[in-house]
Design a protein around this ligand. Structure first.
Ligand code: 5RP
Length: 229
């Protein structure tokens, strides 16, 4: 692995996580994004080797990739729980609290994470932060109806909410909602902020994933892969 090979780092973290945590017979949650992609491909290899896995997808994009690669994807409503989910993140703090959703799948990702016994996050070292919000904006998924009013409520929490766009139009999530990317100077009290955001009418879900991850598998520029627990 060379020093500046972000793709190799993502692949290394994802493959290590799958090899360590996915066992034959499990129900597995498949994350969304460029790091989770490598986990899906590794799961596909295990299926080809004969592992019997049922998988739940965190987005339509992930479901399409999984099915194309021979993975059995089941409806989350048809499983009692998910043994392990391997997903990416945008920021990870020392307590394994996360910001997720820059890929636009935060709603399904959070529903899947909440149904999961062991949520494993795969990232490269650039995603590790001392305090959430220092690098990225916090994605918040909102109902399209009244979204400007909802964004005003978000602004009152001390951020600059920007409506996410794609191809000149507002980005629409798998759930049919809009996303506001909210830049906070820094998120000092994530639990407090999550409660405050959740009470704003029109908010569907926010990208703070607090006390949800059990482990983070982190790839480093020097080629090593470590684990935070
Ligand atoms: C999608 C997510 C992704 O997991 C997150 O954006 C990280 O993606 P990537 O691995 O491509 O950097 O939360 O909603």
């Amino acid at each position: 692995m060379t020093e500046c090979d972000p793709k190799a780092m993502k692949k290394a973290a994802a493959e290590k996580a799958v090899d360590e945590y996915v066992k034959d017979g499990m129900t597995v949650g498949l994350g969304t994004g460029s790091t989770a992609y490598f986990a899906i491909m590794r799961v596909a290899e295990l299926v080809k080797q004969g592992y019997r896995l049922k998988c739940v997808a965190t987005s339509q994009q992930t479901e399409d990739i999984a099915v194309e690669n021979g993975i059995e994807v089941v409806d989350i409503n048809d499983v009692d729980y998910i043994d392990v989910t391997i997903d990416g993140a945008d920021e990870v703090d020392p307590k394994l609290n996360l910001i997720k959703g820059l890929g636009g799948a935060l709603l399904r990702e959070k529903i899947v994470a909440a149904a999961t016994q062991m949520e494993v996050i795969v990232v490269d070292e650039s995603k590790i932060v001392e305090s959430l919000g220092v690098k990225t904006s916090l994605p918040v998924e909102v109902c399209r109806f009244g979204h400007v009013r909802t964004a005003y409520g978000l602004k009152l929490q001390g951020c600059e909410p920007v409506l996410r766009m794609k191809g000149g139009e507002p980005f629409v999530s798998d759930g049919g909602n809009y996303i506001y990317d909210c830049k906070f100077p820094q998120i000092d009290k994530p639990f407090f902020l999550q409660s405050a955001i959740d009470t704003i009418p029109g908010v569907v879900e926010c990208g703070l994933f607090l006390n949800m991850a059990a482990a983070a598998v982190v790839a480093h520029k020097d080629g090593t892969v470590t684990e935070m627990k």
